[in-house]
Ligand binder design. Structure first.
Ligand SMILES: Nc1ncnc2c1ncn2[C@@H]1O[C@H](COP(=O)(O)OP(=O)(O)OP(=O)(O)O)[C@@H](O)[C@H]1O
Length: 261
């Protein structure tokens, strides 16, 4: 289980930027951009949580804090009761993170990339081979395992990145827009993989703009708007609050009404 409580993150703006201030966003103040002002949610074992929000809402900033790539200014991130803000090394061991900008080593093959990260996490010998083979099979990677990563298609790269992110069997999996830019077949493989993680009991948090994916996969959603989590609940509660069975419509109502407050 992962619990996120009162996360905040601001970024210092350059003097130049502050002088020529044109932004209407209330998060820009005192020489800082307050990307995440107050975000809280939790995701239990075997639950899939969809992180929703308009462009610029603060989803990626939040997920980067969960991955320990960014340190929050305040707030707590508890995995199995331990605060990974205070213990980021522990966080890196227990979280598997796929970001939109994760890079692969272009000169290494898909297989070599995944094995390299497996070794970084301490896997070796038969355990490494078995874990990698299972992932290659599950993510349908066998046809391109020996190709250099710089020659892979977008979908092949994404599968390799996902394998790399979960090779150490993390307690919690966090995926930032995992299906963006993928064709229908590859997207299906990724969604099936998320469902399998859930069946194995792993909490999965993923950000997306595709509410059809949320409908198919998510047990609950958290909506972030302008750096603040304004809704957390299951899909029934989401539809009720948005007064619409159609998730896109419900989402737009929730955002509109949050912004009117
Ligand atoms: N290093 C930074 N310095 C200044 N502002 C930043 C920085 N990183 C993010 N931001 C700002 O914080 C806000 C939230 O960005 P974030 O990438 O978290 O949004 P998002 O919800 O993931 O958006 P999208 O759906 O478009 O990916 C944006 O306005 C962004 O410009």
């Amino acid at each position: 289980m992962i619990q996120v409580e009162g996360l905040q993150k601001r970024f210092k703006l350059s003097k130049e930027h502050s002088k020529n201030k044109t932004s209407q966003d209330a998060r820009e103040r005192d020489g800082y951009f307050h990307s995440v002002e107050s975000v809280s949610f939790q995701c239990q074992q075997a639950e899939v949580l969809g992180l929703l929000g308009p462009n610029g809402a603060g989803k990626t900033t939040t997920l980067r804090m969960l991955s320990t790539a960014l340190t929050p200014d305040s707030g707590a991130i508890l995995v199995g009761g331990q605060d990974i803000v205070k213990n980021p090394l522990y966080g890196r061991r227990c979280i598997g993170f796929l970001s939109g900008t994760t890079g692969l080593y272009g000169r290494l093959t898909a297989k070599e990339n995944v094995e390299y990260f497996a070794r970084l996490h301490g896997l070796k010998g038969k355990a490494l081979k078995a874990r990698c083979e299972l992932l290659f099979e599950t993510l349908d990677m066998t046809a391109f395992l020996d190709k250099r990563s710089d020659s892979l298609s977008t979908g092949m790269k994404q599968k390799t990145n996902i394998a790399r992110a979960v090779v150490h069997q993390p307690q919690v999996v966090i995926l930032d827009e995992p299906t963006t830019g993928l064709d229908i077949m590859t997207k299906q493989t990724v969604l099936t993989f998320i469902r399998q993680l859930k069946e194995q009991g792993t909490p999965v948090i993923f950000s997306t703009h595709h509410l059809d994916e949320v409908d198919m996969l998510c047990d609950k959603v958290c909506v972030i708007d302008k750096g603040i989590s304004c809704f957390e609940g299951d899909l029934d509660a989401f539809r009720t609050l948005g007064r619409n069975n159609e998730l896109n419509q419900a989402f737009m109502t929730i955002i509109r009404e949050t912004q009117d407050v």
